[in-house]
Each structure stands twice: as structure tokens, then as C-alpha cells.
Design a binder for this molecule. Structure first.
Ligand SMILES: Cc1ncc(COP(=O)(O)O)c(C=O)c1O
Length: 342
């Protein structure tokens, strides 16, 4: 049975909650109902086309209905849609990890599949704590985050990237985090002097690490640009300074590339702009992943688990990404590989 636009709207308003959406306003409105898409465009139930200007909230790196991706999904569905990674290996998950290794900074050696950006960030936080536990320093279990940062909506991610407008009701659930100021040049006291803003924020971060570094497991940062905060671009060299301070104070660096990874800032990864190697990096492609730079063999077990990661269908989709990327690179000179940077 085909539903009319009005019927679909009525059912939506009756049964659905939408993310970060005040439902009172939603119910007063007449939402577009998307029924199809092609390339850069969304198509609504009335046949109108719209430019998907936010790339379906920055999830859609290659556009809609890319033939290679759709065919890969169909082929995989003819084999198997999902098997567990718990106790079993999976062909597409293995092949994707191998391909990812060719494009990430060389220091990153391991992939852990997640199912969303927030859970990838959450896993990175857990891995950081587990690492220090495994090397005999369990007291290092606190985090440094940046003001205005966003790492997602699970409890750990909300703790480290705290956005009052989204997260205030949950503050009682969140764990303690040391917040460093973000170098937001435009809104700073010296908008014409990015160097001064960078230095002020660097010094503030250094003071936190000096005072609390003994107990800090990791610094979490959205490298180069804080997306959800309003596309706040960091001054040149800030990320490099954060990397340097992390190493100097024996603290891991978590570069959350969920919003920036896979070409979204013009380089393959935002860290490539400053040739920075993070220790852990949550990323979101068709399969959300968390990558680990090996520092200790003792950390080579994971106590995070979930039933859904490494789905064949998603991994197969993601394995098409490098091929599509090379096709895009031919069209766009800005799409450089990370290897050329490091
Ligand atoms: C930097 C960053 N980390 C994590 C997330 C959370 O990703 P997800 O919505 O897939 O959980 C986002 C979402 O926009 C993000 O921008």
C-alpha cells in the first residue's frame, strides 16, 4: 500500500521522536518526507529535489546511491548480513581493516569496529583507561576535554564533550573531566591575533597537565575543527602543540575524527594537516571504527564489546571507500592522501 505524504507525516508525528528536536516545534511543522535520493540530492514524497547540504549530517561522504557502494551491499547481502566478531572472524571486516591500514598514519596499528561515532569515542576512552591499567598505572583514569567539544551522546562521550544545550539534564550522570579552553579566535579578546589565542590556550592546557597529568589518561580533541560547536577552526599549529604536550606529560592523545575523517576537511584525516599521529582515533565511515596506536603488548586485549560491530554489510560498504576516493581524487585536487603528508 502506498502512503500519501499526509499519512506519512501523521504517522511520523504520532510515533517518532527526532534527535535534538524540540517535539513541540516539530509537531507544529510539516516536515519534508524523504523517499529517495540521488547523488547530492534528496527527493521528497512529492518528487521535489533538495541539495543535501549537510551530507545527511556529515555521514554521507560520497553522495547517495553510489553504484559501487550499492552493488557491494547487494553482493554482501547474498552472502550474509551480520555475524558476531565475538569469537569469530569475518571476511569483510578483515579486508576493510587491511585497507584502512593503508590510509591511516603508520603509527596506528589496530582497528576496533563500533556502530556509531559516540560509541567509537566511548571505546577510545575505555581503551585509554585500560591501557594505563594494563601498564600498572590505574590511577591514570581522568580525561582532558576542550570547552565546546562534542563527542556524541553516550554517557562517556557526553562527559568529555559537554554541550549544555544538549546535555544539561544528564550532568548528574557524567564523570569528572578537566576542561581546557578552546582556541576560538573569532570570539576571543584578540580576534586579529590567532597566535596569541593559540598561546593562551596552549598555556592553559599545559597548566592542567602539570597539575593533574599524573592522573590523566588522555586528552580528547576534535582535530583542526570543532564541528558541532559551530565549525570552530583551530589556529595553525595548535593540534601539533597538543600532541607535543600529551607526549611530554605521558598522556594519550585521542583525535576524534568522527566529523573530520575520510576527506571532510580536504585531507584524508584532519590530523594530516599537521602531520600529527594520535594514539587513538574514533572515526566514522560507513563503519564506525576506533583505531589504536600500539604502545604496549599488554594492552592487546579489549574489554569493550557489543553485538553489532563489524557487520558484513557495513564493512563491505566501507571497503568501497578507498576506490571511490581515488575516483574522487581524480576530480578534486584537494583530496590528498594522508600518506603524502606523513
Ligand atoms: C566529533 C564528533 N564525535 C562524535 C560524534 C557522534 O557521532 P554519532 O552521532 O554517530 O554518535 C559526532 C557527531 O556529530 C561528532 O561530530
Amino acid at each position: 500500500m502506498a502512503y500519501t505524504t499526509e499519512q506519512l507525516r501523521a504517522l511520523d508525528q504520532q510515533h517518532l521522536w527526532h534527535p535534538f528536536t524540540p517535539m513541540k516545534l516539530w509537531l507544529e511543522d510539516e516536515p519534508l518526507v524523504i523517499t529517495a535520493a540521488q547523488g547530492m540530492h534528496l527527493i521528497d514524497s512529492e518528487g521535489n529535489r533538495y541539495l543535501d547540504g549537510v551530507s545527511s549530517l556529515w555521514c554521507n561522504v560520497h553522495g547517495h546511491r553510489v553504484p559501487e557502494i550499492d552493488q557491494a551491499i547487494r553482493r554482501q547481502l547474498d552472502k550474509v548480513a551480520h555475524t558476531t566478531m565475538l569469537g569469530l572472524a569475518s571476511e569483510p571486516a578483515i579486508l576493510l581493516a587491511e585497507r584502512l591500514m593503508k590510509i591511516v598514519p603508520r603509527s596506528l596499528k589496530k582497528v576496533f569496529y563500533s556502530d556509531a561515532g559516540a560509541t567509537a569515542a566511548e571505546i577510545a576512552f575505555k581503551m585509554a583507561v585500560q591501557y594505563w591499567h594494563n601498564v600498572g598505572r590505574p590511577e591514570k583514569n581522568e580525561f582532558v576535554g576542550f570547552a565546546e567539544a562534542y563527542h556524541g551522546d553516550t554517557v562517556g562521550a557526553m562527559s568529555v564533550g559537554r554541550v549544555p544545550a544538549f546535555h544539561k539534564p544528564y550532568f548528574p550522570l557524567l564523570f569528572k573531566v578537566h576542561f581546557a579552553p578552546t582556541p576560538y579566535v573569532y570570539r576571543s579578546d584578540t580576534p586579529d591575533d590567532p597566535g596569541a589565542v593559540k598561546e593562551k590556550c596552549r598555556a592553559a592546557l599545559e597548566a592542567i597537565l602539570r597539575d593533574h597529568g599524573r592522573r590523566i589518561a588522555a586528552i580528547a580533541i576534535e582535530p583542526i575543527v570543532q564541528g558541532a560547536a559551530g565549525m570552530i577552526v583551530q589556529p595553525d599549529g595548535f593540534l601539533r602543540e597538543v600532541r607535543r604536550l600529551a607526549s611530554e606529560h605521558d598522556v594519550l592523545l585521542i583525535a576524534d575524527e568522527v566529523a573530520t575523517g575520510f576527506g571532510r576537511t580536504g585531507r584524508m584525516f584532519a590530523c594530516d594537516h599537521e602531520a600529527v599521529d594520535p594514539d587513538l582515533t574514533p572515526r566514522a565511515s560507513p563503519a564506525a571504527t576506533c583505531r589504536w596506536r600500539r604502545r604496549s603488548r599488554r594492552n592487546e586485549s579489549s574489554t569493550h564489546s557489543s553485538a553489532s560491530p563489524g557487520r558484513g554489510k557495513r564493512s563491505t560498504t566501507a571497503t568501497r571507500t578507498p576506490e571511490i576516493r581515488s575516483r574522487v581524487r581524480r576530480l578534486s585536487p584537494h583530496w590528498n592522501s594522508s600518506r603524502s603528508m606523513t
